[in-house]
Design a protein around this ligand. Structure first.
Ligand code: ATP
Ligand code: MG
Length: 334
């Protein structure tokens, strides 16, 4: 509720000032136009009154004065229209800039709230688990369960802080890409193994072709794969399967992460790669997140000449496909 009030306040004040200024400028332009026309009429009247009816060239002179009045009026209309067009174009630019700013501000607000929650939850759970271990005498099975849950929370925390740090570093230009010859099959295998042990009840389907090599930054590749798999887990029901495929197609490599979850509507598919963007709104969203994962994926993909594409899974769910250039085993691009 508090968020909505805040949103409204931030959006309406600049809007009101903007519309007031725009109307004022257009009204001033209109007034300037009317004043010029009145002045034109007055000048015409004055010049006509200066003419003598006995002048043999009286009719021609009157005609000349009227022609000049019409020319001036046409010039005023032309100038007025030009200024109006410039004002309106500027107003459209300004309005879209204000809307963009408001959206970024709102997303940053959401991000701050999401991040606070996302950081606090795993820390609280891990602390509670440690306290339980410290205060109570537990069976081995209970200890195992508590340790596993703590480890899961710490993994979440690790992934989240990794995302935040790397995106800040990539943006600030302080992250130095360390591209090296990589066994992508091993990275994808390791990441999927990690998720399989964190979510053992899931039906996992892996199809990872051995020896797929790629030249890239190992940490960033890991982040890319982890974010795609994490989303597949997060945005689908626990009983639905997740498919992870890494294969060759000609001289290209393809990584595919497929789920049978809620899917992403067509019109949202570009937006989900924007920073802090999350589908839906605060009231309808059931999952926690910061909206950084896919932004980071698209940035990493761009830095590695990879292409990420979203399509629909049938009958439901999403397919994230990453196309990339293979590197031959001797270290040369294919
Ligand atoms: P985090 O920063 O923790 O990853 P997030 O998962 O919300 O937060 P992104 O990974 O950038 O952020 O995803 C952006 C949005 O795209 C998500 O909020 C979700 O609405 C949508 N989305 C991403 N992956 C899927 C998916 N596999 N199925 C359905 N929706 C998805
Ligand atoms: Mg995510």
């Amino acid at each position: 509720m508090a968020i909505n009030i805040y949103k409204k306040k931030r959006l309406t004040r600049p809007n009101l000032v903007y519309w007031f200024l725009l109307l004022y400028i257009i009204a001033a332009l209109g007034w300037w136009f009317i004043a010029l026309n009145i002045q034109n009429q007055q000048m015409t009247g004055y010049r006509l009154s200066m003419l003598s009816r006995n002048d043999p060239a009286y009719v021609q002179k009157v005609q000349k004065i009227y022609n000049e009045r019409d020319r001036k009026a046409a010039r005023n209309i032309g100038e007025g229209l030009l200024i109006l067009i410039v004002i309106l174009v500027g107003a459209v630019f300004l309005y879209t800039a204000i809307l963009r700013q408001a959206r970024i501000h709102r997303q940053q607000q959401n991000f701050m709230m999401a991040i606070t929650h996302e950081l606090k939850t795993p820390i609280s759970i891990a602390r509670l688990n440690m306290e339980t271990l410290q205060k109570h005498v537990l069976s081995d099975a209970q200890k195992e369960k508590i340790l596993k849950s703590s480890l899961q929370e710490i993994n979440r925390l690790n992934a989240l802080t990794g995302n935040i740090l790397v995106s800040a570093q990539l943006e600030g230009g302080s992250y130095r890409l360390e591209k090296e010859f990589l066994d992508l099959s091993a990275i994808v295998k390791e990441s999927s193994q990690d998720f399989m042990s964190r979510f053992p009840a899931r039906p996992w389907h892996k199809e990872i072709t051995e020896a797929i090599f790629f030249t890239g930054d190992p940490l960033l590749m890991q982040i890319l794969v982890n974010n795609l798999v994490e989303n597949a887990v997060k945005y689908s029901q626990p009983a639905t399967p997740i498919f992870i495929t890494l294969k060759k197609q000609g001289n290209k490599g393809i990584l595919e992460v497929k789920d049978e979850g809620m899917g992403i509507p067509e019109k949202e598919r570009k937006r989900v790669f924007q920073k802090f963007y999350r589908v839906g709104n605060e009231d309808t969203r059931t999952t926690q997140g910061t909206g950084l994962g896919l932004y980071l994926c698209s940035k990493i993909a761009r830095d590695h000449n990879m292409i990420i594409h979203i399509s629909s899974n049938r009958p439901q769910g999403s397919i994230f496909t990453v196309h990339f250039n293979l590197t031959q085993h001797d270290g040369n691009g294919a």
